[in-house]
Structures are given as C-alpha cells and as structure tokens.
Design a protein around this ligand. Structure first.
Ligand SMILES: N=CN[C@@H](CCC(=O)O)C(=O)O
Ligand SMILES: [Zn+2]
Length: 411
C-alpha cells in the first residue's frame, strides 16, 4: 500500500541521511521543505521532496494537505505510564501546603503507588495502562519509553515489565522498557537499603534479563533514595546483562549522579533540574543525552532544567513527559514543547528537535524514528491549518493536531 501526501505547506524535520542527534547551535536548525510531498509505503517512508518533483503515479491513494503541515511523531523517552490508580489526594495535600518530600516520607509518593500496584491484577494493570498509551498516541506520541519501579517486589516488578511487553505487542507505537527496581526503598527495607539492593541485583535483575523484559536500567539517584555508590553498584551489575543505563539524576539535589551516568556510558541522564557547572562540563564529549522533563517542574513547582546553559555549552538536549501518577500526571508532548519554549527559553526549533530526533536517540531509536527520512518508520503528525510550526508551542494548551499516522496507519 503506497500513499502520497501532497501540497504539504511545510514538511518538518526532513533528513537526507539519518543523524544521531543534534547538539548546541545545531539545535536551532530545523530542516524543512515548503510546498512538499511525502510518499509512504506500508509502514515506512518511501520518498519526499518539493512539489515540483512530486510523482504523478505509483501510489494507491493520495491525500491533499493544502495549508497543513507534517512533522514526525513525538518521541517520549521518559515515562512511568504503567501504574495503578492515581495520587490525586497527594495533589490536594500539596495544594494545602505539604511538600512532595513530606508526602513521600509519610508513606506516600512512590511507595503509595507501589502499594496500589502490588494489589492490582496484571490484567487490570494492563487495562489501565493501555488507556494511557492510547491517550498519548492520540496526542501525537509515536514512540515511548516506559519504566517499571512501582512494583518494588520481584513479583510486582516483573508484572509491570510483562505489562510493558504486552503493550508493545499490542500497540503500533514503539515501546521501550526500562527496569527501575531501584526507584525507592520499600518500607520493609527502610533501615536495610543494601538488602533491598541485593534483592534488585541478585534476584530481580537476572529474571528481567533472562525473560528479555527490559533494554535499559534506571535508578533514582537522589538524596534519601539511592546514593552515587548505590547507583554505581547497580549499573556495574546491569552491565553484565547488557542493560544500558538511563538514569534519574539531579532532580532535587546534585550529588554526582551525572558523573556516575557518564562513567557507565548512560544513554541518557534525566531530570537535571539542579545542575552545577561541573555537571554540565562532565557531559561534554560524551554520548550521554541530557533529558529535561518540564511538566514535572511545572506540576511540582521545582526549578526547570537549565536548557539554555546546557545547549549553549554545545550539548544536546531531549524533552520528555515523565508521565507518572506523582510528579507528572500528564503525557502531552505538545504541552512539553510549549513549556520548554515558555519556561526554559528554548526556541520552537530547539524544542521540536529535542522532542523528535533527540528523544529518539535517548531510546536508541534514532535510526528508525525522530525525523522524516527515507527508510524510517512512517510515524508522523498532520497539523490543522496553522500559519507556521512555531504556532504549535505558541498556542499552548490548544490542539493543533488533525491526524496521526503510526507505522503508516491512521491512529
Ligand atoms: N523521581 C522519581 N520518579 C518519578 C516520580 C515518581 C512518583 O512520584 O511517583 C519522577 O521521575 O518524577
Ligand atoms: Zn521519571
């Protein structure tokens, strides 16, 4: 099945040959073609170009896109969307003055979600999570990373990862799984953190690996959670199983997590709300992608990741949602790019690069997704009639998406 899309007002994020990522000043460049065409064959991009070179035949159907634009679907490289129930009460508690930390210290937070998840059946967990996958796909997300980490027992962590695997099998969006057993210290191990880490490393990790349930390893490297030494111990163990690190660092405190990530060749270091100059320096000349999660900053009223400092230092930056029940109960990548522009002073070009090609890199998907490139998956967004692509972040909170194609099929 071959489909031609023609009269595209602007075809955004085009590439002749697929690049790994964009960094520094390059992030201000968003390659586009005005008055363009795009041909897809089955689930792949077959051809694109300007209208003067538009093929006259060789396709089964054609779609006129007058005044509408096409851009790649969003690549959301950091989420926790497999979870049970919600934490709406904690939201109200925070409105009434409690802090995220106080709530967590009183058995709320991640432990609250773990309790709910341990009690729910695998089927029900799948059903709740599938709704969220459908929701984010309808908002233009075509690839998504999902973490475990609300199980915190062997049984419940494996349950989460099986649900992620099943979601990947049943949905056309590309889904990548990350094992985040070291997300919080369960209350039964409150004074025995090392015993819990032993369990994660010696009991759960081998099962995750032998059942092929995750490609990445994550840890919440943070004061009160897992130290830099714990992080290194876990990443060292995970290396034996070929799980690549993508880690939570510098959300509330800068304790050296970025350096630990770099040392273990992490694919990404995520959050980065608290960044020291030495943290920025340590990311230079590495293959580790810094990832910012602006809707977490918005929801928790914590600082935004210093995107300008990171990009102006010549580094790349990816944007992701962090969709989870505690710190970001939203998976809307359109809101993410608006917030990045408004609050982090990223230009629309930088934000779109960060949410497409750099997000793809942060999931190891840069050869398959993240741009309009021949041979890549036919995952793209058709906009409504809009004056320019900058209108997408500008018109924050409004929906500028008309149609979404994932693997060549209308969602
Ligand atoms: N910071 C660690 N984990 C999640 C939040 C977890 C939660 O509150 O449930 C995050 O990325 O923000
Ligand atoms: Zn997270």
């Amino acid at each position: 099945m071959t489909t031609l899309f023609y009269n595209i007002k602007e075809l955004i994020q085009v590439e002749e040959t697929s690049k790994k990522m964009v960094s520094g000043k390059e992030m201000k460049i968003l390659p586009t073609l005005k008055n363009a065409f795009l041909v897809i064959e089955n689930n792949k991009i077959k051809d694109f170009g300007v209208m003067e070179h538009c093929p006259k035949s060789g396709f089964n159907t054609s779609v006129d896109l007058l005044n509408k634009m096409i851009l790649p679907t969003w690549c959301d490289s950091h989420t926790h969307i497999v979870y049970a129930g919600n934490r709406e009460q904690e939201f109200v508690d925070r409105i009434n003055g409690k802090t995220y930390e106080e709530i967590a210290n009183n058995g709320g937070g991640i432990l609250n979600s773990a309790k709910k998840l341990q009690q729910i059946s695998e089927e029900e967990l799948y059903n709740q999570s599938a709704k969220r996958v459908e929701e984010v796909m309808s908002l233009g997300t075509g690839a998504i990373e999902i973490k475990s980490g609300y199980g915190l027992t062997k049984e419940a962590e494996l349950k989460m990862l099986r649900v992620i695997k099943k979601l990947n099998e049943n949905y056309s969006a590309t889904i990548k799984a990350t094992f985040l057993g070291a997300h919080a210290i369960p209350s039964t191990y409150k004074n025995n953190k090392n015993v819990y880490l032993d369990l994660v490393i010696n009991e759960i990790l081998p099962e995750v690996s032998s059942n092929n349930l995750a490609e990445f390893i994550d840890v919440f490297c943070e004061t009160g959670y897992f130290s830099v030494a714990d992080t290194k111990r876990l990443l060292k163990a995970a290396k034996k199983y070929n799980l690549k690190p993508k880690i939570h660092v510098n959300q509330f405190t800068a304790i050296g997590g970025v350096q630990a990530g770099v040392e273990f060749k992490a694919l990404s270091v995520d959050h980065l709300e608290e960044m020291r100059q030495e943290d920025i320096e340590s990311l230079k000349n590495t293959n580790t992608m810094p990832v910012a999660l602006p809707s977490c900053s918005y929801f928790l009223s914590i600082p935004y990741t210093p995107a300008r400092k990171i990009i102006d230092a010549g580094l790349p930056l990816a944007l992701a949602t962090d969709y989870n029940p505690g710190s970001t109960p939203s998976g809307n990548m359109n809101f993410i790019i608006s917030t990045a522009c408004i609050k982090m002073k990223m230009t629309p070009e930088e934000a779109i690069n960060a949410a497409t090609i750099n997000g793809a890199y942060a999931m190891g998907l840069e050869n398959e997704l993240g741009s309009i490139c021949i041979g890549k998956k036919a995952n793209f967004i058709i906009t409504k009639e809009i004056p320019s692509y900058g209108f997408i972040p500008y018109s924050f909170g409004n929906n500028q998406i008309e149609t979404i194609y994932i693997e060549g099929v209308k969602v």
